[in-house]
Design a binder for this molecule. Structure first.
Ligand code: WTA
Length: 654
């Protein structure tokens, strides 16, 4: 990043110097898990003791010898300690008398429902763990899980952890090729899939996709197929290859519901999760057992302020890290009552999520800014149809949230009553790193605020010197940090540890304001340099979304002969607004007014939809390709490839 942008910064800061502040109410604070700001100093005074305190709330077969061993870039947390993740998520709750407490409220897209108590979930996990053992799965073996959002996906993950197998969950929306790549990279022995799942009224044919992948997955010895049930399984015929493929229900029918939990070392690998990087090949991010569980347990409890009477819903798919840490491991290790929904948010209508909130009495709701912007676009008549009065805490994750969307979330969904936790973290960090604590932190729309207690964050320049606007860095090891990239130590070192000595490079740009709050500016490659001035794409996007006609926008850099880079903005309008030259001019003026003339986009393209990954991230790389008239790169992770085709033709016609 260049540092010659003092002038630009002054005006850019205008957007981010958010005046609105939201302190926790006295009532919220009085009941909060954490309400004393002294926790920050306590954690700083002795980080290791602080984390050991959290770890002590888990069940250990035997205690660790040492809290942290740090030989950069390799950390060991709780070395020598023995524990089991499924034991912590299930057995100990049952032993403490909570066998009949609901663990999962599941709802399928067509409206079918299932509920599992902690006792039932434990029995099912044991049966499937025994089933996997019967297929020859042993400690350390890799199991790929390619399932829709049905209870069996949670069962499969926990069954792996029970016997010490390493799971690699592949998002159900990924293509056969992505699946076989992941099977092969991990040399997985077993694949767990389903006949299909529902998504916006259509069947996702998982077994058919898996069959295509299996033709190129030589390491897979056995395939377990869950019957999704209902009309789906009647419609979708699947063929099972004798000897290799097994119905899940057959496998567990004869399996015992008792399966001792394997005693795992704190540093044994718990799972691999593939994530895209700057190269075309996804990285297998590795997480281990003791530190990971400690941090996701601690953050779930304190950031989501979990109490016994809460009903918790994180809308992420388990195919992403948010699903791992905040649908499954964090909530279940906290004995939470968890809602899981299979399908699309606008199926059969745009009120679906709010109906689910009402039906189960959801109190804590965690979703992504992109979803919030869709809700905004759909209009408040949808949430208004449901009773959301039980909601008491809202969360967001995945990308910077523009203040406009934050305020909408606060007012329309939270009825001005619910604190919002904007949580910054990554697949690599495993757990939440920067976040408000809802009973302590005064929030400001658009900032993830402060590092979680016991987490050391800094903003550094290229040379590693502290600055108030630059690269986001993590300066001390943390319990749930990634332990490597599967099979590629070099990539681990290079991607995360080569920018500075012994400091983690997060790949995000950030600013710190006068309160010490962190504002995430987006990926470093999304931070543009226009005529020597640094501009965060998110800042321009916020300014655009601030205009009453705009629902969502994505801003990318476009090569420019004189300025180096110019801004191209792709804009979707709210219903009842149409794109026109006059509006284009108005939007440029609006951005100019909000930020400054340097931030006015050179190009504005109106579009009905933005290309997004299936996890909801806008694919700016593709937009850059379109803006620069290049052939469009890989679109396999796109939620709807047609969006790109439409955009391309439209842009060529413009
Ligand atoms: C972005 C998702 C701003 C960031 C858990 C990060 C955020 C990347 C936030 C990781 C937030 C995540 N504010 N940006 N609250 N949370 N990001 O691996 O760019 O899918 O590096 O993990 O998302 O995405 P990932």
């Amino acid at each position: 990043m260049s540092s010659d942008s003092a002038n630009a910064e002054g005006s850019l800061d205008a957007l981010l110097s958010e005046e609105r502040r939201f302190a926790p109410s006295a009532a919220f604070r009085a009941r909060a898990v954490l309400s004393d700001a002294g926790v920050y100093a306590l954690a700083t005074a002795d980080r290791e003791a602080y984390w050991a305190g959290w770890a002590s709330e888990l069940h250990w077969f035997s205690r660790w010898r040492e809290v942290l061993k740090w030989k950069p870039p390799f950390a060991q947390w709780f070395a020598g300690g023995k524990l089991n993740v499924s034991y912590n998520c299930l057995d100990r709750h049952v032993q403490e008398g909570h066998a009949n407490r609901v663990a999962l409220f599941w709802e399928g897209e067509p409206g079918d429902t299932r509920t599992y108590t902690y006792g039932e979930l434990l029995a099912e996990v044991c049966r499937f763990a025994n089933g996997l053992k019967g297929l020859g799965v042993k400690k350390g073996d890799r199991v790929t899980i390619y399932l829709p959002m049905i209870p069996e996906v949670v069962v499969a993950m926990l069954a792996c952890t029970r016997i010490g197998a390493i799971h690699s969950v592949v998002f159900g929306g990924f293509s056969p090729e992505s699946l076989s790549d992941r099977n092969n990279d991990a040399a997985a022995k077993v694949l767990v899939t389903a006949d299909g799942g529902w998504r916006r009224g259509t069947v996702v044919p998982l077994k058919a996709n898996a069959d295509e992948a299996l033709a190129k997955s030589p390491t897979i010895e056995h395939v377990v197929v869950v019957s999704r049930g209902g009309s789906l399984s009647e419609q979708v015929g699947v063929s099972l290859r004798p000897g290799r493929d097994h119905w899940y229900h057959d496998l567990i029918a004869t399996a015992s519901d008792v399966c001792p939990a394997e005693s795992m070392d704190a540093e044994d690998t718990l799972f691999i999760l593939y994530t895209s990087g700057t190269t075309g090949k996804p990285k297998g991010v590795m997480h281990t057992t003791g530190g990971y569980l400690t941090q996701v347990y601690a953050t779930t409890k304190s950031v989501f302020d979990l109490h016994d009477d809460d009903v918790y819903w994180c809308t992420a798919d388990v195919g992403w890290i948010t699903g791992h840490s905040y649908v499954v491991y964090g909530p279940l290790s906290n004995r939470a009552q968890v809602v899981i929904y299979e399908g699309g948010p606008d199926w059969p209508d745009r009120g679906r999520l709010w109906q689910i909130c009402e039906r189960y009495g959801v109190t804590v709701f965690y979703t992504a800014p992109t979803a919030i912007r869709s809700f905004m676009r759909w209009g408040e008549e949808w949430p208004e149809k449901s009773d959301l009065s039980k909601l008491r805490l809202l969360g967001t994750v995945g990308e910077p949230i523009n203040p406009e969307a934050w305020i909408w979330y606060h007012e329309t969904i939270g009825a001005r009553r619910c604190p919002i936790v904007d949580t910054w973290w990554q697949t690599e960090t495993g757990g939440i790193m920067i976040t408000p604590l809802p009973g302590i932190t005064e929030t400001k729309p658009g900032t993830a605020t402060l590092p979680f207690p016991g987490i050391d964050i800094a903003i550094l320049n290229e040379k590693g010197e502290p600055t108030s606007a630059g690269y986001l860095a993590i300066t001390s090891p943390w319990p749930s940090m990634l332990r490597g990239v599967w099979g590629d130590e070099e990539r681990y070192r290079k991607t995360y540890w080569s920018q500075w000595k012994d400091v983690y490079f997060a790949g995000d740009g950030a600013k710190r304001d006068e309160d010490g709050y962190y504002w995430i500016l987006g990926r470093v490659d999304d931070v543009l340099n226009v005529a020597g001035h640094r501009i965060g794409t998110m800042e321009v996007e916020s300014a655009l979304v601030d205009h009453p006609a705009v629902a969502e926008s994505a801003v990318v850099g476009k090569k420019h002969d004189i300025k180096g880079e110019a801004l191209a903005a792709f804009v979707t309008l709210k219903e009842k607004h149409a794109g026109s030259d006059a509006l284009m001019k108005e939007l440029r003026e609006h951005v100019g007014k909000k930020i400054g003339a340097i931030a006015k986009p050179d190009l504005i393209v109106f579009t009905a939809d933005l290309p997004k990954t299936r996890s909801g991230k806008i694919m700016r790389r593709l937009l850059r390709d379109i803006a620069e008239g290049r052939a469009v790169g890989d679109t396999t992770t796109l939620a709807d490839p047609a969006v790109v085709r439409k955009l391309q033709t439209q842009y060529q016609e413009d």
